[in-house]
Write a protein that binds this ligand. Structure first.
Ligand code: ZN
Length: 238
């Protein structure tokens, strides 16, 4: 499974040129397609020296909605998230599927497979990230941080009010802090982390009354799949 993770247009190589928004499988309307390719073209680690050129994902096909940015997802029309419990569960499950897909790409660099994404208040995909600590040698290159950075770049400011961050593993202390600082409204997580989780397990930084912002937490979404991906990874390490 991890073999196909080495995608050529990877933003890890800034010199590889702008991936011209060509989805490899146009005939596959599965939600996997947009997460892995389209938003990754503006990855946060693509360097900062060129503020003038091509600021945003130009393949965002939403000219009709002024001011709206990001990639439309199939459920982004109308009310997001849905008002019913079943409707929400469907959306969280689908979004977690995108995060799981992103997580598998971390295997190519022998990084712990954690994937994250940020959707805006209207359900648009604003940012995607996966754990790249080994790949980049950056201790802060966690999936959540990278997804938040890309989302902030997409919307053009650091406040991500009304946004939802979806991640396959409960955030650590750093990432939980980043969620609060970014004013993220909601966290949807897959597997809990009883050893280092900071959103309910070991600590609960996102609902600390001393903070000036609280984050709604939806936990255990596709927990088995998210946990299995990690267990398989660590089992193979031994
Ligand atoms: Zn983290």
């Amino acid at each position: 499974m991890p073999d196909d993770a080495a995608h050529p247009g990877d933003p890890a190589h800034p010199g590889a040129g702008p991936t011209s928004g060509t989805a490899p499988t146009p005939d596959a309307p599965t939600p996997d397609a947009p997460a892995s390719d389209a938003p990754a073209s503006g990855a946060p680690d693509s360097g900062v020296p060129d503020p003038g050129d091509e600021p945003e994902p130009r393949d965002a096909p939403t000219p009709d909605a002024p001011g709206s940015r990001g990639l439309d997802l199939p459920w982004a029309e109308g009310t997001f998230p849905p008002g019913t419990v079943a409707g929400r569960r469907h959306v969280w499950d689908a979004l977690m599927g995108l995060a799981l897909h992103e997580a598998t790409h971390a295997l190519a660099s022998d990084d712990v497979p954690v994937g994250a994404l940020v959707v805006g208040p209207d359900g648009q995909l604003l940012g995607v990230g996966r754990n790249r600590r080994e790949e980049t040698g950056d201790p802060t290159a966690h999936a959540e941080v990278l997804a938040l950075r890309q989302a902030a770049a997409t919307v053009g400011e650091w406040r991500l009010e009304g946004c939802t961050l979806v991640v396959t593993l409960e955030p650590c202390v750093m990432c939980a802090g980043a969620l609060v600082l970014a004013r993220v409204q909601r966290l949807v997580l897959g597997a809990w982390d009883p050893k280092a989780g900071a959103t309910g397990s070991v600590w609960d930084l996102v609902r600390d009354q001393r903070a000036n912002h609280a984050v709604e937490v939806v936990g255990g979404v596709r927990e088995d799949e998210c946990g299995r991906l990690l267990r398989d990874f660590f089992a193979a390490q031994r």
